[in-house]
Ligand binder design. Structure first.
Ligand code: ADP
Ligand code: MG
Length: 611
């Protein structure tokens, strides 16, 4: 009895992409299928150790059987196997993150190879080399076996089959131009190059000549560092992360002391597409004594290090441990503390090489900075490892320590300003006095910056302060003319009245040089940028900060306006121009003007007059 089933609508499109965009790297299919076979053995190993009804009779093994006469290659394992539901749910559909997402990401990024593993479409790479794939499989708790067949074009069939024991055989009917994959010399070469890290024996079935194990077949993370080549580390990274980039950092160590564990950790060199999706979890694999437990253990890595890949293996944890128990496990917390501090130490070593470190920072810096906010005990260290744009140098990011080394005599704070982007921030009028005095200011443009600056209020002996809270003397020595006090008072009174719905206060400022006015908030209140962020996320701000319009009494425009104020005939002009000044201050802050139509009309009126 066989039933024909259609592929999910987008699978066909996907197959086309996988097959065509990866064609130059055909051998990838083999490492994907071996990787799946190894996962299947992991799963059964864990299942048998936690469930007394499941018995494992033979040692785990992955077998490659080439047949040059029939032009087929079969990849077999004695792992967990699949029942009918598994075949439909895991093979017939691309369930994990959705094919639509995959296709969209290829369109956006143009590279299938970086995404093939992340999206769990590894199995489909078989169709790069085969025009027909036959799976015969039997699940470990089942007596029935099934055969799944597909040409990778329009669908698949599932029928009943025979298999003596549990496990899976994947038989590939090779395309004309993929005949190399029955060549044993070539197979040996690919397996040694790309799959040597697999901990189960990969056996080449040579027919009458017998069997030959072609890999090292021991868990890589348990081997001595000195016995592992860079290539092997890299291939293991590809296997475990399902990424195809090279790791930016490889960290392999054995922790000894109150709790013992092996850790093999990687930081990728490129960020995953979903780094900032809220449901993204940490993805380290937890093993207990070489038995794979889970790659979804909450709390194994803090969220700000969610991009770290790899394996942690401890024999001190109980094998039969539920996920809920894991979360509360005190040993786990110790492992986390230990690995986090090793990672931070290692990052520190790499920080000296700016160009190299920048690669890490550009990929993961924004996520990493969340740690200043989240990880109380390491916040100062994480801050020290962070890079920031600053007014000091357009071409280079700075660390806090470098900032401090450039601080002016008597300067007691690290100053920052927050906004949407660096170019706009650089022209913010609030910076004018700082520029004049040669005081460096950090330009913070990531939403997370608004949050960590709330918790890191000091760094070493320095305060960390928004420039609006600066308590240093920012008065600039002036030789230029200042508007008359009495007139100014009248002008600010008028503006206070005019703008009473928009700003709480109009004040004179000694800190502006180029701009006639600037918008600020009352000291200590939520910054304009944070308010805007919260508005954009539909978060009602319970109370809005009091806006302060700061007026520059040395600016020719302000001087002129204040001189005109005693004559009632000027009322309309003064009102219009005051409004334009407020709008200008809003724009410099990244805010929208109050009334765009008014702004456009008045601006062109006055421009015309000036011509
Ligand atoms: P991934 O390995 O990322 O999950 P794949 O496309 O490689 O994605 O495989 C899809 C799924 O098919 C696997 O998650 C697994 O459930 C199932 N599968 C594939 N190969 C085997 C196998 N040899 N034994 C058991 N299950 C398998
Ligand atoms: Mg896979």
């Amino acid at each position: 009895m066989s039933e024909k089933q259609a592929f999910q609508t987008e699978v066909a499109k996907l197959l086309d992409i996988v097959v065509n965009s990866l064609y130059s790297e055909k051998y990838i299919f083999l490492r994907e299928l071996i990787s799946n076979a190894s996962d299947a053995c992991d799963k059964l190993k864990y299942w048998s150790l936690t469930n007394p009804d499941i018995k494992v009779k033979n040692a785990f093994q992955i077998t490659l059987t080439p047949d040059a006469k029939d032009n087929t290659l079969t990849i077999s394992d004695n792992g967990i196997g699949m029942n009918k539901d598994d075949l439909i749910n895991h093979i017939g559909t691309i369930a994990k993150s959705g094919t639509a997402d995959f296709v969209k990401n290829i369109k956006d990024n143009g590279s299938a190879i970086d995404l093939i593993g992340q999206f769990g479409v590894g199995f489909y790479s078989a169709f790069m080399v085969a025009n027909k794939v036959e799976i015969i499989t039997r699940k470990a708790d089942d007596k029935k076996a099934y055969k799944w067949t597909s040409d990778g074009l329009d669908g698949y069939t599932i029928e009943d089959a025979e298999r003596k024991t549990n496990g899976t055989d994947i038989k590939l009917f090779l395309k004309e131009d993929a005949k190399d994959f029955t060549d044993t010399v070539y197979l040996r070469h690919i397996v040694r190059t790309y799959s040597d890290h697999i901990e189960y024996p990969i056996v080449l079935n040579l027919g009458k000549a017998g069997d030959e194990t072609i890999n090292t077949a021991s868990a890589l993370w348990t081997r001595n560092k000195g016995d592992i080549t860079d290539e092997q580390y890299k291939e293991f990274y590809h296997h475990i992360s399902k990424n195809f980039d090279d790791p930016w950092m490889t960290l392999h160590f054995k922790a000894e002391g109150s709790i013992e564990y092996n850790a093999l950790l990687y930081i990728p060199s490129t960020a995953p597409y979903d780094l900032f999706q809220p449901d993204r979890q940490q993805s380290l694999k937890l093993y207990v004594n070489k038995v794979f437990i889970s790659d979804k253990v909450e709390g194994l890595m803090p969220a700000y290090l969610r991009f770290v890949k790899g394996v942690i293996d401890s024999s001190d944890l109980p094998l039969n441990i539920s996920r809920e128990m894991l979360q509360q496990n005190a040993l786990l917390a110790k492992i986390r503390q230990g690995t986090v501090s090793r990672l931070l130490k290692e990052l520190k070593k790499r920080q000296g090489d700016y160009e190299d470190y920048l690669k890490f920072w550009n990929a993961f810096g924004v996520a990493f900075k969340e740690g200043i906010y989240e990880d109380f005990s390491n916040k100062e260290e994480i801050a020290a490892l962070s890079l920031f744009a600053s007014t000091n140098d357009d071409t280079k990011l700075t660390t806090l320590d470098e900032y401090i080394s450039r601080a002016k005599e008597g300067q007691k704070a690290i100053y920052y300003i927050t906004g949407d982007d660096v170019p706009t921030l650089k022209n913010n009028p609030q910076l004018e006095a700082f520029k004049e005095k040669g005081i460096e200011v950090l330009l913070l443009v990531d939403p997370i910056d608004e949050f960590w600056t709330q918790v890191l209020t000091t760094y070493k002996t320095f305060d960390v302060k928004h420039i609006s809270a600066a308590d240093i003397d920012l008065k600039i020595e002036r030789k230029d003319k200042k508007a008359d006090e009495k007139n100014l008072k009248q002008l600010t009174d008028l503006m206070t009245e005019l703008f009473k719905n928009e700003v709480g206060k109009v004040e004179l400022s000694e800190k502006l040089t180029k701009s006639p006015a600037a918008l600020n908030v009352e000291n200590g209140q939520m910054s304009i940028h944070l308010e805007r962020l919260m508005r954009n996320h539909q978060q009602q701000t319970a109370f809005a900060s009091t806006r302060v319009l700061e007026i520059n009494p040395y600016h020719p425009l302000i001087i002129k306006l204040s001189e005109m104020i005693s004559d009632d005939a000027n009322k309309v002009r003064i009102t219009d121009i005051s409004r334009l000044i407020l709008d200008q201050a809003k724009i410099a802050e990244g805010e929208a003007v109050t009334d765009a139509a008014f702004f456009a009309e008045k601006l062109s009126d006055y421009l015309l007059e000036a011509l």
